[in-house]
Design a protein around this ligand. Structure first.
Ligand SMILES: C[S@@+](CC[C@H](N)C(=O)[O-])C[C@H]1O[C@@H](n2cnc3c(N)ncnc32)[C@H](O)[C@@H]1O
Length: 219
């Protein structure tokens, strides 16, 4: 989600260069839905991909597909053997747009879009685990539930990554233009606290525009 744009992002994006045509199509599709600003920026998608690469992630769950931008970050050019990305999306409209963008990866079995409420769908997905990486970018009010599921279903040494963990400053009480409700703020605050109080997790923040939380499950 992009709201504040530090100048450093312009500089980094200039060096990162143009995104792939598929990513550009994902952004155009999100724009058409009026949701162009909630996909990961190219800097953030690069961070997500680096975390997947550095952890040699094969089995990945993403919560919040939108039009497939962040799924593409995980899939494009990824040559890890046995790669599979399950991406969960509640909106049939978003899932339909993403299925066009991710068509190549869906047809060769490296990607599956799971349509429905993530909290319900995650329970049945557990049988395909344990997973190497879980990326949380769905309903903010459900972040704590997603996180607890991820802690149970990530392998020892695996990663949990969550985006928007600052909620534009709402987690520390700054008023924001975006209206986050108490349920959303409470869920994200509790998740952040748990990430640093659970002794079985080694956690750190990446201070991106919206804040990214990364947790490694120790055992
Ligand atoms: C911030 S967007 C995801 C952006 C995407 N990861 C990207 O970078 O392109 C959040 C998505 O989560 C979906 N979503 C919201 N509530 C959900 C739920 N309960 N279960 C699954 N998906 C949900 C929204 O429809 C939206 O498409």
């Amino acid at each position: 989600m992009r709201k504040v744009r530090p100048k450093s992002y312009d500089y980094m994006e200039m060096l990162i260069g143009a995104e792939s045509s598929a990513k550009q199509a994902a952004r155009a599709a999100a724009d058409q839905l009026g949701l162009g600003l909630i996909s990961l920026s190219s800097v953030e998608s690069g961070v997500l991909r680096a975390l997947a690469d550095l952890s040699n992630a094969k089995k990945i769950v993403e919560i919040g597909t939108l039009t497939g931008l962040s799924a593409l970050a995980l899939l494009e050019g990824n040559t890890v053997a046995g790669l599979k990305v399950w991406t969960l999306e509640k909106s049939p409209e978003h899932a339909a747009a993403a299925s066009k963008i991710l068509e190549t990866f869906i047809s060769d079995g490296r990607c599956e879009i799971v349509v429905g409420d993530a909290r319900e769908k995650l329970e049945s997905l557990s049988t395909s685990g344990p997973f190497d990486l879980v990326f949380i970018d769905g309903n903010k009010a459900a972040y704590l539930d997603y996180f607890n599921w991820a802690v149970r279903n990530v392998r020892a040494g695996g990663l949990i990554v969550a985006d928007n963990v600052f909620l534009s400053g709402a987690v520390w009480g700054d008023p924001t233009e975006q209206k986050f409700n108490e349920k959303q703020i409470g869920a994200v605050r509790k998740m952040n606290e748990l990430a640093f109080s659970d002794k079985n997790l080694k956690s750190f923040f990446i201070p991106t525009e919206e804040g990214m939380l990364v947790c490694k499950k120790l055992s």
